[in-house]
Design a protein around this ligand. Structure first.
Ligand code: KG4
Ligand code: ZN
Length: 423
């Protein structure tokens, strides 16, 4: 079949997902194949880099073949090859980048290395279906067409939290960034504390939704769950920076309090009032425990948190769904308010979300509530394009390739790559 437009084969291998996709003109999906390693890493409570690169190696060629098959596309129709070159895990990146460069050399096609964070932003340009006709329910982008510049983009992934002013294609200004954990990292760590598994974002969202749906059925306000525990929010006033470590530590104290209560200490009770839960859990005992925990090595900490959270959950001494709902609310509220303030200061008419945490239903709803009175349009990709995928890599590549840019085979992986901000 001969098709118009530019067809890019995109390859993604920065972390625990192996992806290949064929995308036309940076927007229209012909195929998008993702092989996930989540089940393997779930056993360890997080991504193990060495395991990730080995899995990438095993999956990459079948994933690329499937992407071409599903796109019903021959090599002759492909106009360029693109692969992620950073940021991410060095070993995992190396697999996709090497395969991408090799294929472009073998097929005599232009090659482009793609910045994974920029690709998350360009997920907002993707539509479902070759002509955009298959609307994904969760996609606002499709209904609204291409995002309009200037815009504010909230990039929230497992390793990054950045508030960015995007004046035009490729013109990024950093407004704020996280001073400690990334938003997704906070979801992952808190999920581990609560014994909910990896990846944390979807697990916490599911636990929170369970209790929130029950409240809705009983015609009770969601605030019963969302403010069940009073959690700290580090506003860092006067900046657009984020901080999630205080929130994470408070969650740890709550879980420790719960574990303490199971052994007769002063802890969390699922029957107690919100206030008694909060005050009961943040005790001196909790603080000392956390200081001791901080002194032990990382590996021990992780298993200790997991055991404690799992224990508390099993014994029902901590109300894990209420904790999940309160944490999600604190995290999302903080992100949404900072984003709204940036939209107001820079007078933009559009805000877009990028990265795995953009899949979060509460974040989407909360931002909509913040932005709609200001008539600022909110867009986010369909859920499957928020988390890591290769469609966004092919999408972002198109906008560079169409400006005549391409890379030589000298391009190497850059695990610490950031967005190309203007100084
Ligand atoms: O963008 P991504 O797939 O990988 C990175 O580039 O880091 O983001 C993964 C992060 C994880 O921290 C995961 O817990 C989070 O995105 N995440 C979510 C949700 N789905 C994934 N966080 C909150 N709510 C979700 N529904
Ligand atoms: Zn990502």
């Amino acid at each position: 079949m001969v098709r118009g437009g530019m067809l890019v084969l995109g390859i993604e291998s920065s972390c625990d997902e192996t992806g290949a996709a064929v995308v036309r003109d940076g927007r229209y999906l012909l195929s998008n194949v993702v092989a996930s390693q989540i089940e393997i890493h779930n056993r360890y409570g997080g991504v193990v880099p060495e395991v990730a690169s080995r899995q990438q190696l095993a999956a990459i060629l079948p994933v690329i073949e499937t992407a071409l098959e599903q796109a019903k596309c021959s090599w002759d129709e492909i106009d360029a090859v693109a692969a992620t070159y950073g940021p991410g895990l060095a070993g995992a990146l190396l697999v996709g980048l090497t395969v991408g460069k090799t294929l472009s050399l073998a097929r005599d096609l232009p090659f482009l290395g793609v910045n994974h964070l920029e690709a998350h932003i360009y997920a907002n340009w993707l539509r479902s279906g070759e002509d955009g006709s298959e609307q994904a329910e969760s996609s606002r982008t499709y209904r609204q067409g291409d995002p309009q510049f200037p815009l504010i983009c909230l990039v929230v992934s497992g390793a990054h939290s950045e508030l960015v002013l995007v004046r035009d294609h490729g013109e990024y200004e950093l407004l704020g960034h996280t001073r400690d954990d990334a938003a997704g990292e906070a979801f992952d760590k808190v999920s581990r504390i609560l014994g909910l598994g990896y990846p944390g974002g979807p697990a916490i969202q599911k636990a929170a939704q369970e209790v929130e749906e029950k409240l809705e059925q009983q015609h009770k306000p969601l605030a019963v769950a969302r403010s069940a525990y009073r959690l700290p929010r580090a506003w860092l006033r006067g900046t657009y920076d984020f901080s999630f470590s205080g929130l994470k530590t408070a969650m740890l104290h709550l879980a420790e309090g719960a574990a303490g209560s199971a052994s007769g200490g002063s802890g969390v009770s699922s029957a107690g009032s919100a206030d008694s839960r909060t005050t009961g859990s943040v005790t001196d005992t909790g603080t000392h425990k956390s200081v001791r925990a901080a002194a032990s090595n990382q590996r021990k900490q992780v298993s200790q948190y997991t055991r404690m959270g799992a224990q508390a959950a099993q014994q029902g001494v901590a109300n894990v769904p209420l904790l999940a709902s309160s944490f999600e609310e604190a995290n999302v509220h903080f992100l949404a308010v900072k984003t709204r303030l940036a939209a107001q200061e820079y007078h933009v008419r559009q805000v877009i979300l990028a990265g795995g945490v953009a899949a979060n239903a509460s974040l989407r709803a909360r931002l909509e509530k913040e932005l709609s009175p200001l008539r600022v349009q909110l867009s986010y990709p369909p859920i499957e394009y928020c988390t890591d995928n290769a469609a966004m890599i092919a999408g972002a590549a198109f906008f560079h390739l169409s400006r005549g840019e391409q890379h030589t085979f000298a391009l190497d992986v850059e695990p610490g790559l950031s967005l190309p901000f203007k100084r």
